[in-house]
Write a protein that binds this ligand. Structure first.
Ligand SMILES: [Zn+2]
Ligand SMILES: [Zn+2]
Ligand SMILES: [Zn+2]
Length: 241
């Protein structure tokens, strides 16, 4: 565990995390790469992803669920999210499917009819996304199960009502998916953070689960992963995949 902590601190670059242990400073200085890249272990990836989500949520004053949807749609590019949002919030909301208010009036009827199975059931058997389209919980569960098991496309899910563009966020997954599906979804979310972000890539060594963050356009130099075996050139970095 101690050695793992040391390795972990080597992976942290001050520029991004600023939380290296003071005790490790000597080790970090001697082993820190001369060029700008950072090796990220799974915990680092989660940490950075959460940081980015918090940043967008704070700057745009929107819930974290919506910040996550936005970041995913813009390939985890925080600056681009900020720029696009402040240039034209309405356009961004429309294209991404972030509604400011429900499109369906929430009625106070004691029963609803599900838009998928057409069963009429008491209203507490229903759930809806931000748009308000009511579907029974069984139909929601079936919908989420199918889409999550289909693969990472579930990160771009919309309301099951065909004409509705409302994006579904992690709140709906938390509320309606099984534990196994939630786990799958959060793995897809984590992988997307590396695979859809143009400045990060997985280490290509078989069995290694680290990723590398690399600032584009910093010239050519060798990148060494924490698995220590693999050396690859920064220019080849983006050709590799
Ligand atoms: Zn139903
Ligand atoms: Zn809807
Ligand atoms: Zn590696």
């Amino acid at each position: 565990m101690v050695s793992e902590d040391n390795l972990n601190s080597v992976s942290m670059e001050d520029d991004f995390d600023g939380d290296d242990d003071a005790d490790d400073t000597g080790v970090v200085a001697s082993r820190r790469p001369k060029q700008g890249y950072t090796v990220l272990k799974e915990a680092d990836i989660k940490h950075r992803q959460e940081d980015d989500i918090s940043k967008v949520s704070t700057v745009l004053s929107i819930p974290k669920v919506e910040a996550t949807i936005l970041l995913r749609r813009y390939n985890w590019n925080v600056n681009q999210v900020h720029e696009e949002w402040f240039a034209d919030e309405d356009r961004v909301r429309k294209s991404v499917g972030l509604l400011e208010r429900p499109v369906v009036e929430v009625s106070d009827a004691s029963k609803f009819t599900c838009g998928i199975c057409f069963e009429s059931l008491p209203c507490d058997n229903f759930a809806s996304a931000s748009c308000g389209h009511p579907f029974c919980r069984d139909c929601w569960k079936g919908y989420l199960c199918t889409r999550i098991n289909d693969g990472p496309g579930c990160l771009l899910l919309r309301c099951p009502e065909p004409s509705c563009k409302a994006a579904l966020g992690t709140d709906m997954i938390d509320k309606l998916a099984t534990c196994e599906e939630k786990e799958k979804y959060s793995q897809f979310l984590l992988r997307s953070y590396i695979e859809d972000n143009r400045e990060t890539k997985w280490c290509p060594a078989p069995g290694c689960e680290n990723a590398v963050y690399f600032a584009v356009g910093c010239g050519d130099f060798d990148i060494t992963c924490l698995c220590s075996i693999v050396l690859f050139s920064s220019l080849a970095f983006f050709v590799f995949y």
